[in-house]
Write a protein that binds this ligand. Structure first.
Ligand SMILES: [Fe+2]
Ligand SMILES: [Fe+2]
Length: 137
């Protein structure tokens, strides 16, 4: 629980709202990391809830953009958002009802969530931002 959490490196993409949302997600993850370092499960739950909520809104904004501009990989990108959000919501629900401990969320952050998010920025989101810029969206 006391290992330092890897920070998200947010790339500069061609869509301002995506960059702002990604910066906010990175900031909220830093708060999760601080709660982990402090060994404070209540703060971890609160910060992780804010991260999940931020991404629920962020993914919906990207999904709407993809629909609007007819992005060719909309279905796959949407499915990635939905699958990861569902997993994070299940972890959060577990934290809230006590069936999941902070240490389990910490492992999920290190092994799944942070690596996935870092990859997602630089692959699917980068493609979407480029496509949207060319579509003048
Ligand atoms: Fe994104
Ligand atoms: Fe995305």
């Amino acid at each position: 629980m006391t290992d330092a959490q890897r920070p998200l490196k947010v790339p500069e993409l061609e869509q301002a709202f995506m960059n702002e949302d990604h910066q906010e997600a990175a900031r909220l993850l830093e708060r999760v990391g601080e709660a982990r370092a402090a060994g404070d499960d209540a703060r971890l739950r609160e910060a992780f809830a804010a991260f999940v909520e931020c991404n629920r809104e962020h993914f919906a904004r990207e999904d709407a953009l993809m629909e609007r501009i007819g992005f060719p990989q909309t279905d796959y990108h949407r499915q990635e958002h939905a699958a990861h959000l569902a997993r994070w919501e299940a972890l959060l629900a577990g934290l809230e009802d006590g069936s999941v401990q902070g240490a389990e969320v910490a492992s999920a952050l290190d092994d799944e969530i942070i690596p996935w998010y870092q990859r997602h920025f630089t692959t699917m989101d980068a493609l979407l931002a480029q496509f949207a810029q060319r579509a003048n969206a």
